[in-house]
Design a protein around this ligand. Structure first.
Ligand code: 5GP
Length: 190
């Protein structure tokens, strides 16, 4: 998606350790008009797929998924990190290794919000090693629901998550795919 790629080139900052900082429009300050354009793209790509629910993970996925929910006209569920007392014991639960912070988080969704008849589109901001997406797919499968696919804003295609998850048969639509990036030379797209 040209508009997202251009925004990454203009406002993204490549940090050491393979981290792209996009706090000015995606991860901290949010450009919701850009989110709407991203949602339109996912809506076009997944037209006719019968999606009835969006699933994301806190925190950075929530803003993007919420705007997409307006366009898909369906509920948006976010997986909660940690064993929250606000969520009942009746939860689907999985473990996710955090790319940005290291460490393992328990993530969970209340069973009442993921149903066997659901056809789910998973939304997230980044795809890197694929741990977050693996975890969300696991939650959907525990519910006996269908993962129609994933809508990712930025895929770092030089990391193995995207190839691995596509190879297991999950459709992944990433709006910007980064082939390589470097603090000196910037970002190259696929
Ligand atoms: P994965 O689980 O695929 O390794 O990483 C995906 C998660 O880590 C995303 O939910 C995102 O929050 C975070 N992440 C991974 N790479 C980056 C990055 O380069 N920049 C930022 N801002 N977040 C990232």
């Amino acid at each position: 998606m040209k508009r997202l790629e251009e925004r990454i080139c203009t406002d993204g900052q490549v940090k050491a350790g393979g981290v792209l900082k996009v706090d000015s429009f995606l991860n901290h300050q949010m450009d919701v008009k850009l989110f709407w354009a991203m949602a339109e793209e996912w809506k076009r790509l997944y037209a006719g797929c019968g999606i009835n629910k969006l699933l994301t993970i806190e925190a950075s996925g929530i803003g993007i998924a919420a705007i997409a929910g307006l366009l898909f006209d369906c509920p948006v569920v976010f997986a909660k990190k940690g064993k929250s007392r606000n969520v009942s014991d009746d939860v689907y639960s999985t473990q996710v290794t955090s790319f940005t912070h290291g460490g393992v988080n328990t993530v969970q969704v209340s069973k009442e919000h993921l149903l066997p008849e659901d056809r789910i589109l998973i939304i997230d901001d980044f795809l890197a090693n694929g741990a977050a997406l693996d975890g969300l797919i696991d939650l959907v499968e525990q519910a006996g629901a269908v993962v129609v696919g994933a809508g990712i804003a930025i895929e770092k295609a030089f990391q193995p998550g995207g190839a691995r998850i596509r190879a297991r048969g999950c459709r992944v639509e990433s709006l910007a795919r980064i082939a390589s990036m470097d603090p000196e030379t910037g970002v190259q797209f696929c």
